[in-house]
Design a protein around this ligand. Structure first.
Ligand SMILES: [Zn+2]
Length: 211
């Protein structure tokens, strides 16, 4: 982080936080410099991710206003923060399955946004390589395949139950490249989005008629 950005974040006002300890300039500097000499002196949690870390953690620097300080890991855990996978602030490894569930949950809630492996690794606190390997070992598919699967599933729902055009659906499930969406859809389902909609809408309306 360069001087200008450090200065910018220093200038931000901290909101009142009656539950959290006051974040000192010294602690903030330890966090952004990954200073291991402060490890075990305090821990920091990030409100937006729900994860807490040691000061030395190499994960992306948080926004200063989202940081909460804890004297020990127990306090952070009882405030419902989860230990970071990368710096292991409780000294134990988070079980891989639990970590993968966190990653899946993030994808389930954000598949409509741009999701890269690097972005996932930042959010879920792990190296991209380690995240990819662990995810594949636990689920049998890569994180990218999981994202695609989620998007195609949602697109199927939108094709059957909405009047949105194929390009609208493509955008709404996080795929700005419409031709690529159509290719991927056909690869995963055997049909183009239009064919899929035609078949399932007919099917759907006969079902409705039967009722
Ligand atoms: Zn960490």
């Amino acid at each position: 982080m360069n001087k200008e950005r450090i200065k910018d974040s220093m200038d931000q006002e901290l909101p009142e936080d009656p539950e959290g300890e006051y974040l000192s300039d010294e602690q903030w500097s330890a966090i952004i410099n990954n200073d291991s000499s402060y490890d075990d002196q305090f821990f920091y949690a990030v409100r937006t991710t729900g994860i807490f870390c040691r000061p030395s953690c190499k994960s992306k620097a948080p926004m200063k206003s989202n940081v909460r300080i804890f004297q020990n890991a127990e306090q952070a855990l009882s405030a419902h923060f989860r230990p970071c996978k990368r710096c292991k602030p409780t000294g134990e490894r988070l079980p891989d399955r639990e970590w993968v569930e966190q990653i899946e949950m993030y994808i389930d809630n954000n598949y409509a946004e741009t999701i890269t492996l690097e972005h996932l690794a930042d959010i879920c606190h792990g190296s991209p390589y380690h995240l990819q390997r662990t995810f594949k070992r636990v689920t049998g598919i890569t994180p990218v395949e999981y994202v695609q699967q989620k998007r195609i599933e949602q697109a199927k729902q939108n094709l059957i139950y909405t009047d949105q055009s194929v390009s609208e659906i493509s955008l709404n499930v996080g795929m700005a490249n419409v031709p690529y969406f159509i290719t991927l859809f056909k690869k995963k389902t055997g049909y183009t989005p239009k064919e899929y909609r035609y078949q399932h809408q007919i099917h759907h309306s006969t079902e409705v008629q039967k009722l």
